[in-house]
Design a protein around this ligand. Sequence first.
Ligand SMILES: Nc1ncnc2c1ncn2[C@@H]1O[C@H](COP(=O)(O)OP(=O)(O)O)[C@@H](O)[C@H]1O
Ligand SMILES: [Mg+2]
Length: 266
Amino acid sequence: MLASLKNVSKVFVNPRTGKGLVALNDVSIQVEQGDFLCLIGPSGCGKSTTLNLLAGFELPSEGEVLFKGKPITGPSPERGVVFQEFSLYPWMNVLQNVAFSVRSGNRSEREEIARKHLGLVGLLDFAHAMPNELSGGMKQRVAIARTLAMDPDLLLMDEPFGSLDEQTRRKLDNEVLSLWKGQGKTVVFVTHSIEEALMLGTRVVLMSASPGRINQEWKIDLPWPRDPLSPEMTALKKDIVKSLQVCSCANGASQGGFITISGSEE
Ligand SMILES: Nc1ncnc2c1ncn2[C@@H]1O[C@H](COP(=O)(O)OP(=O)(O)O)[C@@H](O)[C@H]1O
Ligand SMILES: [Mg+2]
């Protein structure tokens, strides 16, 4: 097993009122080497908190978060993170942004590795462009190249394409899929789109809110590229929507969380 949460609870204490908010309650997840695990659920159910625990940005209030059998005590380049917002250094060009996260070698060796990863995301021609000259999709490709250049064993992605248009998102989804296959990485991918999760994941884990917990898991052993309209995918989508309705009724629909049911927003 590569990473795991064992009976993890996370409480955020408001320093002003002293009151605690239970973001996660008794969550257990095992991430196996080679998984493409998609975490879905309404907003506020603790998806980002789960990812931040795996990244080492947060520590659990109870339970254990392990990576390769050892407790996670902080961030590490072995666990690379790609966020939704474009987090490039605006004063560095594309090549420098990527080379900055290469862990070893002199400058020209680091740039060589950066070029290789820019090639993987199809941006070699933009090596000398500045971040503000790039589209949103290109910035996210650079962010992915930068994270891959750290050579992480585990890639953590928090709604990485949530702010991009549908067409660009689909394209980047496919790129992440081929990087995952080609580079032999393990991915934990947060999305609120059931369809995106079903198009990508080997596993889809549904969380529910108030407090955040694991609701159900589906193993998806369909080959790629997947057809969102195939009978298998349609059946899975229906099944997930049904579980989601059951869990949101149990929580009270007043929570206001949202989740995208299909790719029909085009
Ligand atoms: N740093 C924090 N301080 C206080 N509350 C937080 C913090 N991070 C998350 N929360 C709360 O924990 C709950 C889960 O949040 P989050 O993990 O961001 O959910 P999701 O990513 O599924 O939308 C929410 O109620 C959120 O307001
Ligand atoms: Mg989130």
